[in-house]
Design a protein. Structure first.
Length: 626
């Protein structure tokens, strides 16, 4: 293909990305309850695909035809890696039992329900397919192995639309359930599909032993996939801990972390395991251990960089689905199968979520999930994602009805993403409108220095920072803290006493919390200085300079009080010391803002060079004790 054609393709991709970002930002700005950038960018891609199809640009249509290898090796890994590396692990593992019920057992129940209902539909002999080459209709039916193949890939959900509208600060439990079920579901579905593929050759037969073989292969693939991810994650932590020359430049560190993750994916795929599960396991381990071995700047950079890559690839994938839509017009289509599978997907989804929870509650299981949460989780998971369409293209070309399975899957992915993805926000508002408003207000009041009224910028932090911040925090109202017992307590002690000292450089319990406190103090002081310099009421530079000197002088007077320790065990003493300088300009960092700091207050500061005959204390960033 010519360079001109590739240039045209690159321009189209950039237009898709710009459209995705612009529409998404507009929808968020105006709090639209209908519409989502994923569905809209698919429609945008479909319009471009229709124009090129009508104008006879066959070369361009071939260029944008969905390639499963491109998707699974270059599109899906960055998305999964960003999800695992930036996972809110604390809440994820707190709800791990429910996530496992939805993601593993719920998916298997959904797969069984899909297969049984599809088999019943095929038994009625009501399916007809349209041949794009001949323009004729002919009756057809699906074999049992074809039914299992199609149903295994149709179990794949896409929770991107739901995750993008759920704010973690407002609905942490719902966020973790939807997010956790989504990534677990994708991993399970891919393993399930690969397992069924082993027994779905052109000469394969479904026997009584086939289900047991599928279960055995499923367990085997899962175990070795997780093992590959764990080994890769441990190697990454050992390398970043012992080879400190690799942790000097943030660019090198960021590339190093991603390379280890991608390596786990490729190794797993090479041995026909699940690359997604391996990548997910390695990214979670690297976030838990390798992250602490990085330089301070890289800890922030890696989180942002992987989020950027994942976001861009997501936008590309949704646009890609739209652009490739009219590349399959010559394939066989069956509207009867599409409508039947749409009904089956909706009903089967409720069985795998509400059905499994209510069934277990009959035997005394306490899920802690409200019914309206179950409704939202069920609706959000009805969206079939790009993973489903990527899998369907991997079906052997010798499968008799491959063509109609491909077009049915594509139609379901596009329809559910556009229609249901665009109404997720509406369903959320109907179910949680009042409590969302109250939670947003409480979250804003709880973080006044992060959610300032004059700032509309989002602050991105790695979840490790939030976990350190949350140590010792009081549980939210209605959220009962769980006491770790048995195996969980043993694993926690093993992690603290052996694993962390082995994999984390210069590990000492509590050090990272103190470092977070110091960084918070630094941020608060920076906000105070920014407030002085950007005060619109004082345009005169001399006035600003005098305000700055007054602020620094006030800090100097505060530092002369003596060695002050802000001890969490004696907060009253901290407040009493702070009140000794009442009437003076107070520092933005109150003692309550840095509770837990157990070193002398002056040790955090250094004297600046002489200026106007005096020296002023500033935070000593380079030589701080943390």
């Amino acid at each position: 293909m010519s360079a001109t054609l590739f240039s045209q393709g690159a321009i189209v991709i950039m237009l898709v990305l710009l459209f995705y970002m612009f529409v998404g930002s507009v929808l968020e700005k105006y709090h639209c309850k209908i519409g989502h950038e994923a569905g809209l960018v698919i429609i945008f891609g479909m319009l471009l695909s229709f124009l090129t199809f009508q104008t006879g640009h066959e070369d361009f249509n071939k260029l944008v035809t969905f390639d499963d290898n491109l998707f699974f090796y270059f599109c899906l890994p960055p998305i999964v890696f960003a999800s695992g590396y930036n996972m809110k692990r604390r809440m994820f593992f707190r709800n791990f039992t429910n996530i496992l019920l939805f993601g593993l057992f719920g998916t298997l129940i959904t797969f069984s329900a899909f297969s049984i209902m599809t088999y019943i539909v095929c038994e009625f002999d009501i399916l007809w397919k349209y041949n794009g080459h001949t323009g004729e209709y002919e009756q057809f039916t699906l074999s049992i192995m074809e039914i299992l193949l199609m149903c295994s890939l149709l179990c794949c959900t896409d929770v991107v639309a739901a995750i993008s509208i759920i704010k973690y600060d407002e609905q942490p439990k719902l966020f973790s359930l939807v997010f956790g079920e989504g990534i677990t579901n994708d991993a399970v579905c891919i393993i399930l599909f690969n397992t069924v593929m082993e027994y779905a050759g052109p000469n394969s037969e479904f026997t009584t032993s086939t289900p047991f073989k599928i279960v055995g292969s499923f367990i085997n693939l899962s175990f070795f996939s997780i093992l590959v991810g764990i080994v890769t994650g441990i190697i990454s932590s050992i390398v970043t801990k012992n080879f400190r020359f690799l942790t000097v430049k943030p660019v090198v560190e960021c590339t190093l972390i991603f390379s280890f993750g991608y390596l786990s994916y490729c190794v797993a795929e090479l041995f026909h395991f699940s690359g997604i599960i391996s990548l997910l396991a390695s990214s979670i381990l690297m976030a838990k251990y390798s992250w602490y071995n990085l330089s301070p700047q890289s800890k922030q950079v890696t989180s942002i960089a992987f989020n950027v890559i994942g976001y861009a690839v997501e936008a590309f994938v949704f646009g890609y689905l739209g652009l490739t839509f009219f590349s399959y017009v010559a394939y066989e289509w069956s509207w009867q199968l599409f409508i039947a599978e749409l009904i089956i997907v909706i009903s089967g989804r409720f069985m795998g979520t509400i059905g499994i929870i209510k069934f277990l509650e009959m035997f005394g299981y306490k899920s802690g999930i409200r019914f309206k949460d179950l409704i939202f989780i069920s609706y959000a998971g009805m969206i079939r994602g790009a993973v489903a369409f990527g899998l369907v293209l991997r079906i052997n070309h010798e499968v008799a009805n491959r063509s109609v399975i491909v077009t049915t899957s594509l139609a379901l992915v596009v329809f559910t993403t556009v229609v249901m993805g665009s109404t997720v926000a509406t369903v959320q508002y109907c179910l949680f409108g009042k409590e969302m408003a109250e939670a947003a207000k409480a979250a804003k009041e709880g973080k006044p220095h992060l959610a300032h009224d004059e700032s509309h910028h989002e602050i991105v932090e790695h979840p490790n920072v939030e976990d350190v911040n949350g140590e010792g925090a009081t549980p939210a109202a209605g959220d009962q803290p769980k006491k770790k017992q048995g195996c969980a307590q043993i694993m926690r002690r093993l992690d603290l006493m052996i694993i962390k000292p082995l994999l984390i450089y210069n590990y000492e319990k509590g050090t990272h919390k103190k470092q977070k406190i110091f960084n918070e103090l630094l941020m608060l002081e920076g906000e105070k200085l920014e407030e002085i310099f950007t005060n619109k009421e004082n345009e005169n530079k001399d006035i600003r300079k005098s305000q700055l000197l007054e602020y620094l002088n006030a800090k100097q007077r505060k530092s002369e009080v003596g060695n002050r320790s802000f001890n969490r065990d004696d907060p009253e003493k901290s407040e009493r010391l702070d009140s000794d300088r009442s009437g003076q300009i107070e520092m933005q960092a109150k003692p309550t803002s840095i509770k837990g700091l157990d070193v002398p207050y002056q040790s955090l500061y250094k004297e600046t060079p002489k200026q106007d005959g005096a020296s002023y204390p500033l935070l000593d960033i380079k030589n701080n004790p943390y």
